[in-house]
Write a protein of this length. Sequence first.
Length: 167
Amino acid sequence: MKLPGVAWRTMTGYDLDAVARMAGVVHPDFYEAPEVLAERQRLYPHGSYLLEVNERPAGYVLSHPWRLGTLPALNAELGELPAEPDTYYIHDLALLPVARRVGAASYITNALSKHARAQGFPTMSLVAVNGSQGFWQRHEFEVADIPELFPKLLTYEPEARLMVRRL
Ligand SMILES: CC(C)(COP(=O)(O)OP(=O)(O)OC[C@H]1O[C@@H](n2cnc3c(N)ncnc32)[C@H](O)[C@@H]1OP(=O)(O)O)[C@@H](O)C(=O)NCCC(=O)NCCS
């Protein structure tokens, strides 16, 4: 990454208050309860990282194995991860404005793709919201139009798109 003092580290249970606060700031239109975010971290700690700027929380990512073509509902706990996952799913990557445009999001996206590839997943996937499609396209994600998913995507926002990257 380009700046000193900017670093990702593994997220722990102690970080979840900060994560919920940041989610409220970055995603005011996509509310998810603290227990929903906490469950993602608990279910797959290997995919949960906190970004710090000068040791203060400045962003997070939550990701986990999943089934391609089944979208998790917004603000809902998963219960458990699928027994036979076939995609590595990025639930959310969110940076406070102070931490943007320094390469931190690209850094963790590349790290997650290495992890996903090492685990043998053929794809990564996510739902792009918030005008983030361009960012994901730079990371080789492509929009996947699956008509059966349109109603579910609409519950995120009208512009929400499923994006898939082949590994
Ligand atoms: C999307 C987000 C994670 C990108 O973070 P970032 O800090 O800008 O990312 P990086 O610094 O790693 O940027 C990498 C490149 O992507 C570009 N980029 C960033 N956001 C972009 C966007 N929305 N559209 C097109 N390009 C974008 C940057 O300009 C940069 O290009 P450069 O290397 O030529 O300078 C960040 O803007 C964010 O947290 N947004 C709010 C939350 C959100 O929408 N998350 C995605 C939910 S699916």
